[in-house]
Each structure stands twice: as C-alpha cells, then as structure tokens.
Design a protein around this ligand. Structure first.
Ligand SMILES: NC(=O)c1ccc[n+]([C@@H]2O[C@H](COP(=O)([O-])OP(=O)(O)OC[C@H]3O[C@@H](n4cnc5c(N)ncnc54)[C@H](O)[C@@H]3O)[C@@H](O)[C@H]2O)c1
Length: 283
C-alpha cells in the first residue's frame, strides 16, 4: 500500500487550516499551499493561537505546540507539493477552479502521489479525469472543525483503485478519525441528509414559523443536536452551503435541495457566517 509520510494541503481557509493541524498532530510532515504567503502565514498563526488557548486551559503543552507547528510549512508555490505522498485539495467549492487545479497538480505531484479532494459535494470522478492517474484520485472528506470532528468520508469514484481507497482509509485512521467509504454521489452520506434539513430550517423561518433563536433552541433540545441549524450554517459558511445545495440540486433535482432565496441574498451581501463575523448571528 502507498506509504504516506508527507502530506500537501491546498488552500488555507477554514478547512485547509484544520486539515493541516490534523495531519501534523498525527505526525505527518505537512506543507500548505495558499495563493499568497500572507494567508498561509495567517493560517499558521491561527493554529498557533488555538494552541495558546489550549495550553491556557491545560489541554495542551508547549512541547506539543512546538512539535505540531514544527511539522507544518507554508508556501505560495504549487511546486512545493512535488514530493508529497498525498495531496488534499481544499479550495473553494467550485468545480471549474478545482478542475484547473487538478490538471496543474498532475504536472507537479510525483507519479506515485495520491491526489485527493476535500469537496463536500462535487463529482470526484470529474477531478480524477483531469489527471493521467485517475486510479490515484479519491475524496477524503473531513468535517468542520477538522481537529474535533471524528468522521471522514472516503469517497470512491468509479476510477479509483482499491489500493488508493485503502491508503485513504488508513490515512484517516492514522489521523484518529472514523473513516467510512462512500460512493461518488453528490453530498455523499452526511451532506445529502443534512442539507435538506438546514435549507428547510431557513424556509420555516422565512415563513414566520419561529425565530432563528427558537428554531436553534428547538433542534438542540428536541433532537439532542449539539447546535441548531442556523448556528451550523454560520459555522459551515453560507457561500459553501449554497454551493453544496446547488451541487445536490444539479444532481438530484429534488426541490428540498433548491437553496431558499434568503441564503443566496445573504451570500450576495457578504454575510457568510462566522468567517465574515456576520451571518444569521453576529460574531
Ligand atoms: N466549511 C465546511 O464546513 C466544510 C466542511 C467539509 C468540507 N468543506 C470543503 O472544503 C473546501 C474548502 O472550504 P472552506 O470551508 O475551507 O472554504 P474557505 O472559504 O474558508 O476557504 C477557501 C480557500 O480556497 C481558496 N481559493 C479561493 N478561490 C481559489 C482559486 N481560484 N484558486 C485557488 N484557491 C482558491 C481561498 O483562498 C481559501 O484558502 C470546499 O471544497 C468545501 O466544500 C467545507
């Protein structure tokens, strides 16, 4: 089986930062590629800040902080991913952007390297077909926040080899996660089930059924969910949420997947949730 020692992460947004931290905590050497060095450095600073808080609360140590951060390097050069055994792409949820990146990665990453995507919904096979190694492409879908969430969906496109899927499952397990294998269908397991619920939460609020706070309180107390649908939408990011719903709707044409108007208007207004400090709640 492909031995994974060095991991490349593409993208330094919410998920890129989480994926880098998870990999470094599991002992892998990690290189994060962002389009600008400034954002890559900001991502490392945010991981460092997380450690500072954890140390304050007695949940980490200076030694652990130094060891984990010592395994992460940041770059603005795609070429720095050349010798990675595994590259996980985690940029904006946009098929055209991801396809272009996969074509570029094919030229750069060593032929034995596995190229994976952290996409939430997009067809992994279309990314695989941008490369000359579709057998070495799969989805490795982490959840947000990646260091805390236990699940990883390993997505098997029609083109992937058993060896690639086994290596991806082993990687997720080495990261301390529970890995499940799933076919390459929009939304995989979790988002295919979760997003109609989130979308319908916004719909019943639009209809005046109850306030945002009441709906969140109801779903926490009534279903034992750790957070309500509006808090979760703000955490995921409303732009990412609309992209996920659009991909689900494009694949299944189910009206429950058609993003409600409020979500689109909020994205247009730049109210994207926690990452812009304003969504259904203010942060
Ligand atoms: N947010 C979540 O809850 C969540 C959970 C699991 C998976 N994902 C998936 O992870 C991926 C990243 O999502 P995120 O939440 O980190 O988003 P984000 O908005 O926080 O970050 C997006 C990243 O993509 C980069 N980017 C944007 N346009 C680009 C381009 N043209 N070329 C290269 N890089 C570009 C940005 O600079 C940024 O680093 C998406 O595929 C998303 O579906 C998100």
């Amino acid at each position: 089986m492909t031995e994974i020692k060095k991991v490349g992460i593409l993208g330094s947004g919410i998920m890129g930062a989480g994926l880098a931290e998870v990999a470094a905590r599991a002992g892998f050497d990690v290189v994060v590629r962002s389009r600008s060095l400034q954002t890559a450095d900001a991502m490392i600073a945010s991981i460092d800040k997380g450690f500072a808080k954890a140390i304050e609360r007695g949940k980490s140590t200076e030694d652990e902080r130094a060891a984990v951060l010592g395994r992460i390097s940041a770059t603005d050069q795609l070429g720095a991913l050349a010798d990675c055994d595994l590259v996980i792409e985690s940029v904006v949820e946009d098929l055209a952007v991801k396809k272009a990146l996969f074509a570029e990665l094919e030229q750069i990453v060593k032929p034995s390297g596995i190229i994976a995507t952290n996409t939430s919904t997009l067809p992994v096979v279309e990314l695989a077909m941008q490369t000359k190694r579709p057998d070495k492409v799969c989805g490795i879908h982490f959840f947000n926040p990646a260091p805390a969430m236990k699940l990883v969906e390993v997505v098997r496109p029609l083109t992937a080899s058993d060896e690639t899927i086994a290596a991806a499952m082993a990687y997720a397990t080495a990261c301390g996660k529970d890995a499940v294998e799933v076919k390459d269908r929009a939304g995989f397991i979790v988002n295919a089930l979760l997003f109609p619920y989130l979308n319908n939460a916004v719909r019943i609020w639009e209809q005046g059924t109850a306030s945002i706070e009441s709906i969140d309180t109801a779903m926490k107390g009534g279903c034992n969910f750790p957070m309500g649908p509006f808090a979760l939408l703000d955490l995921v990011g409303l732009d990412t949420s609309v992209a996920i719903l659009d991909a689900l709707h494009a694949e299944f044409a189910d009206p429950n997947y058609a993003a409600v108007p409020t979500l689109r208007r909020m994205v247009a207004a730049g109210h994207l949730g926690r990452k812009t400090k304003r969504g259904f709640y203010s942060y």
